[in-house]
Design a protein around this ligand. Structure first.
Ligand code: PMP
Length: 430
């Protein structure tokens, strides 16, 4: 495959944008490749600026659960934009979206829309600290909650990809109240609560981490977090920016039957446009300005075009049988890859939760960030490059989730499995 125009654009981009990209993992550095510049998306496919077609498993890092350019989303965006791009004043559609989310997500009684997942987690942390009048936060190694100063410690996603423990520019004072613990480690959480329990404002967690690759919570881990936070008067925050409306309309909290105090959302609820949200118990949310004293605002929050894209997406997802169809395709993909691994006598770990999956290039059990780091990232880089040449665009990092969308059908899954088989076979030989 030739990517002449991509290369040209990248060269130009490097002159005007740091690293040539507007978000680090896009640069494809971890897979020792140059980024592909895209022209358009169609359903399960991406078409690059040189005219090459790829089956897409990045899906804009999660939002595009309906696939690219879904007609209902495009129509929503089109008609909303004709009415104006932004008013800086309330619209009925924001209320409709809030109600729809409230009815779908068990923990949410009231919700505030923001512009990104980062804003959602940042605001939820501020609110939790205000509500509890405490400072400390527990997060888990390898979980990523956006580029919030206090949460940029041993985080997943780009930080895991580039091996960045914490970011320069974040003074120690700002992370002094962040306690980082291994995911799935009951004992460590218990120890820390025994020591600092009365000072802990909240535990923030990706209920199913996807930013160190997909790692399911151990049986009972989320319930344990619910109980211990309740015991010590701390809040439990589920960062469902990825899992929200992905593992079902009620997200991970519904799937695992554990109800947090606050929930952060993003990605899918914006249908590919910039939206985030945080919500939870009315008693807590009522502290947010102007109802309460906790300040949080946004010029473009609840933007009518973004809200229209979100509404169109959620309405599609609420149709009967949607998640069964989605998960069936992901299951087919998992089954195909497992068969390929078995056939080739490879023991790599494959995790799937709903429509998210990760193939870990390690034979060790992966239960947390440390064990995820046992992966052979060089081998993953080879795998990624060869998959790209076969027309499959995977997340350009070992520590990310592959997303299946409703636009992925048997044809795309079969093609992908065939490519995986051929590439793994070739890599095994080399
Ligand atoms: N939380 C989680 C779980 C995420 O995966 C992400 C982004 N990948 C964020 C928060 C931050 O969202 P955004 O990039 O929209 O700021």
């Amino acid at each position: 495959m030739e990517r002449i125009r991509s290369q040209l654009f990248y060269k130009k981009a490097l002159e005007v944008i740091p690293g040539g990209v507007n978000s680090p993992v896009r640069a494809c550095k971890a897979v020792k490749a140059d980024p592909v510049f895209f022209e358009r998306g169609e359903g399960a496919y991406l078409i690059d600026v040189d005219g090459n077609r790829y089956i897409d498993y990045v899906c804009s890092w999660g939002p595009l659960i309906l696939g690219h350019a879904h007609p209902e989303v495009i129509a929503g965006v089109y008609f909303a934009s004709k009415r104006g791009t932004s008013f800086g004043a309330p619209t009925w559609q924001e209320v409709e979206l809030a109600e729809l989310i409230k009815n779908a997500v068990p923990s949410i009684e009231k919700i505030r829309l923001v512009n990104s997942g980062t804003e959602a987690t940042m605001s939820a942390i501020r609110l939790a600290r205000a509500y509890t009048n405490r400072k400390k936060i527990i997060k888990f190694e390898g979980c990523y909650h956006g580029h919030v100063d206090a949460l940029l410690v041993k985080a997943g996603s780009g930080l895991a990809t580039f091996g960045i423990p914490a970011s320069p520019g974040v003074p120690e004072e700002l992370t002094a109240h962040t306690l980082n613990l291994p995911f799935n480690d009951f004992e460590k959480v218990k120890e820390v609560f025994e020591k600092f329990g009365e000072e802990i404002a909240a535990v923030i967690v990706e209920p199913v981490p996807a930013n160190m690759g997909v790692i399911p919570p151990k049986e009972g881990f989320l319930k344990f977090l619910r109980e211990i936070t309740q015991q010590y008067g701390s809040l439990l925050i589920f960062d469902e920016v990825i899992t929200g409306f992905r593992l079902g309309v009620g997200g991970a909290q519904e799937a695992y039957g554990v109800i947090p105090d606050l929930t952060c959302l993003g990605k899918i609820i914006g249908g590919g446009l910039p939206v985030g949200a945080y919500g939870g118990k009315a008693e807590i949310m009522n502290l947010v300005a102007p109802e309460g004293p906790v300040y949080q605002a946004g010029t473009l929050s609840g933007n009518p075009i973004a809200v229209a894209a979100g509404l169109a997406t959620l309405k599609e997802l609420l149709k009967p049988g949607t998640y069964e169809r989605l998960n069936l395709m992901a299951e087919l993909l998992e089954k195909g890859i497992r068969e390929a691994l078995e056939d080739l006598d490879l023991n790599y770990r494959l995790h799937r939760v709903g429509s998210m999956l990760t193939l870990f290039f390690t034979e060790k059990e992966v239960i947390d960030f440390e064990t995820a780091l046992s992966c052979d990232t060089h081998l993953f880089a080879e795998f990624w490059q060869r998959m790209l040449e076969k027309g499959v665009y995977l997340p350009p990092s070992q520590f990310e989730a592959w997303f299946v969308s409703l636009a992925h059908k048997e044809k795309e899954i079969e093609k992908t499995v065939e490519a995986v088989y051929k590439v793994l076979k070739k890599l095994r030989k080399d």
